[in-house]
Ligand binder design. Sequence first.
Ligand SMILES: [Zn+2]
Length: 276
Amino acid sequence: MRNNQSMDDLLDGMAPGPPVGVEAAAERVAAAERIVVLTGAGISTDSGIPDFRGPKGVWTRNPGAEKAATIQNYLADAAVRRAAWLNRLDTPVWTAAPNRGHRCIVELERRGQLHAVVTQNIDELHQQAGTDPDKVIEVHGTVRWTRCWDCSDRRPMPETLDRVRAGEADPPCLVCGGILKSDTISFGQSLVPAVIDRALRVSDECDLLLAIGSTLSVYPAANCVPVAKRAGAGVVIVNGQPTEMDRFADHLLIGQIADVLPLLVSGDRKAGDGNT
Ligand SMILES: [Zn+2]
């Protein structure tokens, strides 16, 4: 036993093999025809984007950041907005690249199995990996666009970040002078009903719901799981820790997402390969 090993090294050394049941789950995935993939922060941590509520999460370590993230504080306090714009200048999202997990979902689409991706993530890494943007349902919005709180004018985030770099600490909307923010759903802000309706509808239509990297504790997105189950779909959950929807899972795979997903998705399909 070496004394200078960190806990992470120890955990790495104890890294288990494939989670129990991955082969049966892979057969289920291979047989599915209309898969809805539900993703949370856990699929993006392998791209260097920290999650918010995990053990090392942004809000777990700095509760003040969660307070600043509420829409009420953002709208009421220019100092909160100035701090938010400074943070946006160097968020890890700008340099993050999609990882193997994102690419596995692209593979499902290539095979014609993907019905939709419902994501709680705001990083657009699914689209960057190559998933058809029309199939991605962003229940919490996207940080790569800005939206005006007053007139809803929407434009690419880099345009506004250029204004911040040029000296506008709290850049107003170019159309109406209103308050700009990233096009994400902040704490205290209502979800977009049409987006949630679509997420629940595709979950009702799928024959397999594959939940990846979410603790499934944030509603209504988490309701996609019971909705799919009630409609007769299979449920596969892949996460690094238990989730609040584990009781609905036909296959529950606890492990490192970027390692487990290739095992789940890349298994040879018995039919189709080479013929399409
Ligand atoms: Zn405006």
